[in-house]
Design a protein around this ligand. Structure first.
Ligand code: SF4
Length: 333
């Protein structure tokens, strides 16, 4: 009796990864799903539900801090936003390989389709990803396998190449038809689920990494909330957009790895909290206070702001400033 073969499938929760899992199951291959999350991945992905629907066990792996090196300086460049997709895929597959060895699986499958995404799924990119992740022919892409060189699972007869596919390009028609054939009830709409592909978020990322201070995980986490204003190349002010963000700013300010130097709270008016990242000079603090006035609901005759810094807490008058009234957020510049 031949050995039961097992594969690891990268599961994003999107249609492509659902299809490859079902294709493998149809060929009698046991599937272990692996979901990769980064600090930029959207929290609403459907992967856990998808894994349940497909009857596969799913393990979630997170990025380590070295992932941020790829965002700072990707060897294979960015996509349209701050998304270093080729480097990111290599990173994911390296971890998938380690997982494959850990669970005793035989190969890896992924839902990449030749030519579907301009940044990471051109035929050349697929080769680069296979090569640099050191997977080579242990990486099978069932949706486009017939357009690609034979992989080990096909050569060894673990997988029947004839029952694989030759999808190419951006059209989803054929994939949706296949999903219907498999009886999928819910067909997810396409989404990368990755903030690095969003133009506004990307501008914040580029603003951060182009500055002289080497951005750490804390800095990247901070990009997910608030309005960001660049005061100078060492200093940024972040305003909370609502009560929840005000609280989250305080939480980040109080974190062990925080790089913020001051938090400003409106003392006698309803306005946003402001976080200062960078040297807390008098002028930078005045600028931050003026920004809280710009976004305040009502401003009394003598607005005051409480300023918490490492040196202690004090209350100062807040005054409008021309530069604070004019400046655009980093995301809109
Ligand atoms: S979209 Fe984001 S998570 Fe997906 S490959 Fe690109 S960088 Fe990685």
């Amino acid at each position: 009796m031949s050995k039961q073969r097992r594969c690891v499938a990268l599961l994003s929760g999107g249609l492509d990864s659902m299809l490859v899992i079902r294709i493998m199951q149809e060929q009698g291959i046991e599937v272990e799903a692996l979901n990769f999350k980064t600090i930029f991945t959207c929290c609403q992905d459907q992967s856990a539900q998808t894994a349940r629907d497909l009857g596969v066990r799913m393990t979630v792996v997170g990025q380590e801090d070295d992932y941020l090196d790829l965002v700072r300086k990707p060897a294979f460049g960015y996509g349209k936003g701050a998304n270093p997709c080729v480097d990111c895929r290599i990173y994911m597959f390296e971890r998938a390989k380690a997982f494959m060895q850990q669970v005793g699986a035989d190969f890896i499958v992924s839902g990449e389709v030749v030519g579907q995404r301009p940044m990471s799924q051109k035929r050349k990119d697929l080769n680069v990803i296979s090569y640099h992740s050191d997977l080579e022919d242990l990486l099978l892409r069932p949706l486009s396998a017939k357009l690609l060189p034979m992989t080990l699972p096909e050569r060894e007869g673990w997988v029947d190449r004839e029952q694989l596919y030759a999808f190419e390009g951006r059209s989803r028609k054929g994939l949706i038809k296949l999903a219907r054939k498999f009886g999928f009830q819910n067909i997810p709409t396409p989404s990368t689920g990755c903030a690095l592909t969003e133009p506004r978020f990307s501008r914040k990322v580029f603003d951060l990494i182009e500055m002289p201070t080497v951005a750490q995980r804390w800095d990247f986490e901070l990009l997910k909330l608030g309005r960001h204003f660049r005061y100078n190349e060492l200093t940024k002010v972040i305003l909370g957009r609502d009560l929840e963000e005000n609280h989250r700013l305080i939480g980040l300010h109080e974190g062990a790895d925080a790089r913020s130097t001051a938090i400003l709270w409106p003392e006698n008016y309803y306005g946003p909290h402001a976080m200062l990242v960078g040297p807390p000079t008098d002028d930078a603090l005045e600028f931050a206070a003026a920004l809280t006035l710009r976004y305040a609901k009502e401003v009394p005759d003598s607005p005051r702001v409480r300023i918490d810094t490492a040196a202690g807490t004090r209350v100062e008058a807040a005054r409008p400033r021309e530069d604070a009234a004019r400046i655009q957020t980093v995301a809109t510049m």
